[in-house]
Design a protein around this ligand. Structure first.
Ligand code: BGC
Length: 378
């Protein structure tokens, strides 16, 4: 009789186990210290069964680590970053951060809305760059995490108050990072305002797929037949130029180092690539915008977005002063590259560019995804 009861219990246990669905993604949370002004910062690690791991801190919504499988069966951390919170607070390179309110430059830090002129913080010569001196990369976001439909989800919220860094309107922003079970990192941005404002949110991870000293051997394809030439201050001139026959033609995959040293006034102004490419199929919603691959690591990253453009920045201002994480070295010239999905720079001052205005009652809503696969090298 006793034996029968034991058998029944084991059987019941097996049945209930088989009903528990297998977990494909995981979330861990820990403290990442406090900021200089005593705000608590947490660190979340989203991971999946394939080994991909995304580490994000609530300060700046910064992706500090992004581990993806490489061709030799290990994992590569494919983003630049620091070890400590204070380095992120001091840093001015926007490593891994969320950027807002306006990613990229606004000429002279000024723009007009309905006839009223607004003056923003000038933090890049006389221009405004990436939201100012205390943009969305330098604030602590509220966070909550959950597992939804096989995705590890981190929701970040921030209220940007009326006139913060010079922008009108109380802006409620939500950014949702989600790691899927098949090695995709999704980023969704939403915002609403109580007064008309301008907005251009993006993500500023610096990628280096192999960990080599620079990214010049990485191959890049951009689904972009044209780009925006810039003036000496890196403000678009207003012209939308064809890439055909220029160093800016990435319509077929090519090594970043192939043309970067070509004689070209645009490359001179950017010290390399630091331009906005106008993406094809602009009204088609989420579509492939860029493919980055590195042969030694065997890693390929594909970027999907619903945004009209992508800023490809080849790390030209990295000058050997940023400490490298988990190392005694420094990040040198072109040790990482950014692929920032976004609207055109300086749109608030260029009526021919797609509008970046957001009015009360409207919902700003955009999506970008980074998908990692292993290259078939043989
Ligand atoms: C810009 C660069 C700028 C860099 C700062 C990039 O998004 O295109 O011009 O220097 O951000 O990290």
């Amino acid at each position: 009789m006793k034996r029968l009861i034991v058998l029944l219990l084991v059987f019941a246990g097996l049945c209930s186990c088989s009903q528990v669905t297998k977990k494909n993604v995981f979330i861990e949370k820990e403290s990442f210290g406090t900021t200089a002004d005593e705000k608590k910062v947490d660190r979340y690690t989203l991971s999946n069964l394939l080994g991909m791991k995304v580490v994000i801190i609530t300060y700046g919504g910064i992706i500090t680590h992004l581990y993806v499988p490489n061709a030799t069966g290990g994992l590569n951390d494919v983003v630049l970053g620091y070890d400590s919170l204070s380095d992120y607070e001091k840093g001015s390179s926007y490593f891994g951060a969320l950027i807002g309110r306006y990613g990229n430059r606004i000429a002279n830090g000024k723009f007009k809305l309905d006839g009223v002129e607004y003056t923003l913080v000038q933090n890049n010569g006389k221009n405004h760059l990436h939201g100012g001196t205390k943009g969305f990369d330098k604030v602590v976001w509220d966070a909550s995490s959950s597992i939804e439909n096989d995705k590890a989800v981190l929701k970040l919220n921030y209220l940007s108050k009326d006139m913060e860094e010079g922008y009108p309107g109380n802006l409620k922003v939500e950014v949702v990072y989600a790691l899927t079970k098949d090695n995709k990192l999704e980023v969704e941005y939403k915002a609403t305002t109580d007064k008309k404002t301008v907005l251009n949110l993006t993500q500023h991870a610096y990628f280096n797929l192999s960990g080599a000293k620079d990214i010049l051997n990485h191959e890049l394809m951009l689904n972009a037949p044209s780009y925006l030439p810039v003036d000496e201050n890196l403000i678009p001139t207003g012209e939308i130029a064809s890439v055909a026959g220029t160093a800016f033609d990435f319509t077929s995959s090519k090594a970043i180092g192939r043309d970067v040293l070509k004689e070209d006034i645009q490359l001179e102004r950017g010290l390399g690539y630091d331009h906005c490419w106008v993406l094809d199929d602009s009204n088609k919603g989420l579509r492939s915008a860029a493919i980055l691959k590195e042969i030694n690591s065997g890693i390929q990253m594909e970027v999907f977005t619903d945004q009209p453009a992508i800023q490809f920045y080849s790390g030209n201002f990295l000058d050997g002063t940023n400490p490298m994480k988990q190392s005694d070295s420094l990040y040198n010239y072109r040790s990482g590259l950014c692929l920032e999905t976004q609207h055109f720079p300086n749109s608030p001052n260029e009526s021919s560019f797609p509008s970046t205005e957001l009015s009360p009652g409207e919902v700003y809503s955009t999506k970008t995804q980074f998908k990692f696969i292993l290259l078939n090298r043989f």
